[in-house]
Write a new protein. Structure first.
Length: 804
RNA sequence: UGGCCCGUCGUCUAAUGGCAGGACACCGGUCUUUGGAACCGGUAGUGGUGGUUCGAAUCCACCCGGGCCAACCA
């Protein structure tokens, strides 16, 4: 157990842990500043919503602030409407940026000055190659790029050209400003990235003030730095951009403490189209009614559908924050919605697919007003409304079956059922129309069974909802199903989303449109709703009992028009509940997994007796360098190391040097090799072995200490970690960290007894057959001694006490 | 001659060398005037092979699988 770790960090996502660590180390002087930086080129979707929850959530939890910043550096795609809708969406989700609303376009002048700085430092140049030449010159992932013929222009010439670019002297594409980094860099983005381009286009905020515009990699990090952002959180596809981010900031002169970028995977949600590039065409083609169509996963679509913002925030919490690309099941969103609505939504009755039920023993023209609570007892909320009851009622067609399937608990010929909040009725007669369809049910009611009374304790197997025919209000109900037909095809759409020319993007849009589910929207015009809803606040979210959660469409369902959206269905414990839905209200198709099935692993090259697998790069290195090859022979021969270890020690001269330096101090090849190939490599953290703040000799001294029993191997690893972080002499560190080995049996016995006394339950479990719990006991003893105990001795002591 | 990142129950996620845990979903049961909710219980996982270690999901190597990168988009 790392002594600096803290139980408070457990369960915290890796970004929050990082923020916490930065706070603890004082890196940013106690400041936490995050930002949500959308480009105003479309409407926000639920993926953005999780990002908003992350950024604003961190700011709130750590006493910092979160900026809303429009990353509006591309005049051709952005507009005011999008900027307006984004602010509305963020606010609706429940977050507040205070006075921290910013626009990248307000920084253009400062960014220009930074570019001049870069030019003066010789770190940027004006490239006058045409676009195609720049593209070709960048090389490929397998080949280095070529230097631009303009790369070595003088500072003065660059300055002059850049100034004239700004002044509008050149047409689009005549020149660009590029960072002068490395055309052979393995990271393509570092191959002299384009910083500025000429674009004679009107910007929605800046008008024609500028004709050069900065590109993302240059602009974004500067925006963060200008605003003193501490943690710049973005999604994983920007991972490769981080290197440029750091280069620009360091090159311009923003030293520590400066903003740092952290990437997380972002949301991928089953059955949702989560890309502005994909949503846009659906809107433009009229497949959906607009960016706020309830079938869309846009925030405005969710809002219109009726999903409460609390549910989206809960969903974000459920999904979590990691770096692993994962697709979340729609069921989790549904759960979050139901969780919120179950506690809040008043229950009322609505019949979507009505079937007439006549109570023959109810006096003609007689009516009764029933008082019905809005909430079931378990919700614990007050409130009720009056529900009229009469001779003729509407019930759900699917709540009756002439030939009931097994397990059917509703109305059948000759059977009884309770009408919710009212009476028990018996079906005496089924009336058919000329087509043979059930047209009407003729029933009798039992006056003694009025809701709240139970004269003879009689139980009826089913309860169904209903609406009195004479008082029912006609309503339109809209049911939603996934917009796209299948997961696989959606996956293709994602592939087609890759960077491509405009014509191909259009093809992608076309193929997207071809996968639209024709049944994604079901409009039910026959619905009957109890009259109380007509006078409620139109923004009320209801549970239509046994049908799901609904609310009035905020666009089409206002005024007199009773138009309801189904926010989400109820969880159903009965498959046949599907039959309750009018045809066309498809459920999502059976789950399909995005992850490819893991094929059985080829067994060749592994398994007992198999040849060790050596690294190609190291084999090549030895082929080119006879000195390395000789070392390999020496290590496997005279020193008797396994090939795999020898391989790792002879990939570079530095590795072998390090190993041999350690060996000179402690002459045990097998042990030293183990430390070097396994433990030392584990603390490199991206560094080369020669960049470590300690040398091979220091490792040798540490290994010697462990071998001598002065320090446990476990504690030795802690010492190594400290050495990797800040250097130092092993013996002194052992002293300073208080890790001198404790192997005195009496001393350890007392600690062991103490641990066992603290965990009586676990001791019992161990004796009852959970041997793996020994790890817990050893771990506790190690913790108590800060890793200094000799684990062999501890195990022996434990065994004496537990296994006797 | 590629570089970087990611693989834990069906799904999402926790465990930061020491008990593989939670949630969703699913399956039982209790309760119920919603086939809802609630409550109780259950099934189920560290991609593979080696190595280091008293001890590996965690460290090392190789393999397998997935993602990102060659816009003058963000």
């Amino acid at each position: 157990m790392n002594e600096t770790s803290d139980a408070g960090a457990a369960g915290m996502d890796f970004i929050r842990q990082r923020v916490r660590a930065d706070l603890a180390s004082g890196r940013y002087d106690g400041r936490v500043v995050t930002r949500f930086p959308p480009e105003p080129n479309g409407y926000l979707h639920v993926g953005h919503a999780t990002g908003i929850c992350l950024n604003f959530g961190i700011a709130a939890e750590f006493g910092g602030r979160c900026h809303l910043r429009f990353d509006d550096t591309n005049p051709e795609k952005e507009n005011e409407e999008f900027a307006r809708s984004i602010q509305e969406d963020v606010r609706w989700l429940g977050f507040d940026w205070g006075e921290h609303l910013y626009y990248a376009s307000d920084y253009f002048e400062r960014m220009y000055e930074c570019a001049v700085t870069l030019i003066r430092k010789g770190l940027a140049y004006v490239d006058s190659q045409p676009l195609e030449a720049i593209r070709e010159g960048r090389g490929t992932v397998n080949e280095p790029g070529r230097l631009s013929p303009y790369r070595d222009r003088g500072v003065e010439e660059n300055l002059d050209l850049f100034r004239r670019m700004r002044e509008g002297e050149f047409g689009d594409g005549a020149h660009v400003l590029r960072g002068r980094i490395d055309m052979g860099h393995p990271n393509m983005l570092m191959r002299d990235p384009v910083l500025y381009r000429i674009r004679h286009a009107s910007h929605y905020r800046q008008g024609d003030a500028w004709c050069i515009y900065p590109l993302y990699d240059y602009a974004h990090c500067l925006e963060d730095a200008f605003e003193a952002v501490t943690h710049s959180i973005c999604t994983i596809e920007f991972e490769n951009n981080r290197e440029v981010y750091d280069w620009v900031l360091e090159s311009v002169g923003f030293g520590e403490p400066r903003p740092h970028q952290h990437e997380w995977a972002g949301l991928d949600l089953e059955n949702a189209v989560l890309s502005k590039r994909a949503i846009g065409p659906l809107v433009q083609a009229g497949v959906v009614s607009g960016w706020d169509d309830p079938r869309l996963a846009t925030i405005s679509g969710y809002r219109r559908r009726g999903i409460p913002p609390e549910a989206i925030r809960l969903f974000a919490k459920i999904v979590g924050v990691t770096r692993s690309g994962a697709r979340t099941e729609e069921a989790k969103l549904d759960f979050a919605i139901r969780e919120v609505l179950n506690a809040e939504a008043p229950r009322v009755m609505a019949v979507l697919d009505p079937l007439k039920l006549v109570i023959t023993n109810w006096p003609e023209g007689a009516e009764e007003e029933l008082e019905a609570p809005y909430f079931p007892p378990d919700v614990g909320r007050e409130g009720s409304r009056v529900v009229p009851f009469g001779r003729e009622l509407w019930i759900e067609r699917s709540d009756f079956a002439e030939h009931p399937p097994e397990g059917f608990r509703r109305l059948v010929p000759g059977g009884e059922v309770r009408l919710r909040h009212a009476y028990v009725v018996r079906c005496d007669e089924v009336v058919h129309d000329e087509l043979g369809e059930v047209a009407e049910l003729r029933c009798t009611y039992d006056a003694r069974t009025r809701s709240g009374t139970s004269p003879d304790g009689r139980k009826v197997k089913g309860t169904i909802h209903w609406v009195a025919a004479g008082h029912a209000r006609d309503a339109e109900v809209r049911l939603f199903a996934p917009l796209l037909l299948s997961e696989e095809e959606a996956a293709e759409a994602r592939d087609a989303d890759a960077p491509l020319g405009a014509s191909v993007a259009d093809e992608a849009a076309v193929s997207l449109l071809s996968r639209v589910n024709p049944a994604s929207l079901t409009v039910v015009r026959t619905a009957k709703v109890e009259p109380s809803v007509a006078s409620d606040d139109p923004a009320t979210r209801y549970q239509f009992e046994r049908n799901g959660y609904f609310w009035r469409d905020p666009v089409d369902g206002r005024g007199e028009a009773l138009v309801f959206n189904r926010i989400v269905g109820l969880k159903s414990g009965y498959d046949g509940a599907r039959a309750a839905e009018p045809a066309g209200a498809d459920r999502p198709a059976a789950d399909r997994h995005r992850k490819a099935p893991r094929d059985s692993q080829p067994s060749s090259g592994s398994g007992p007796g198999a040849r060790p697998q050596l690294g190609d790069a190291r084999i090549r290195a030895r082929a080119e360098d006879p000195a390395l090859a000789r070392r390999f022979e020496l290590y496997t021969g005279e020193l008797g190391l396994p090939e795999e270890q020898a391989d790792l020690l002879t990939g570079t001269p530095a590795a072998g040097d390090f190993f041999e330096a350690a060996l000179a101090v402690h002459d045990d090849a097998a042990t030293v090799a183990g430390w070097v190939v396994s433990d030392v490599r584990g603390v490199l953290d991206g560094r080369g072995i020669s960049e470590l703040p300690f040398d091979g000799a220091a490792l040798g001294r540490l290994v010697a200490l462990v071998a001598a029993g002065s320090v446990s191997r476990r504690a030795g690893k802690d010492v190594l970690a400290r050495m990797a972080a800040e250097g130092g002499d092993p013996a002194e560190l052992v002293e300073a960290m208080g890790l001198a080995s404790v192997s005195d049996a009496d001393e350890l016995a007392a600690i062991v007894d103490g641990v066992l006394a603290r965990w009586p339950d676990k001791v019992r479990e161990y004796r009852e057959g959970r041997p793996q719990l020994v790890g817990l006991f050893v771990g506790e003893v190690m913790k108590a001694t800060r890793g200094a105990a000799d684990p062999q001795v501890v195990r022996t002591l434990l065994s004496q006490r537990l296994d006797s």
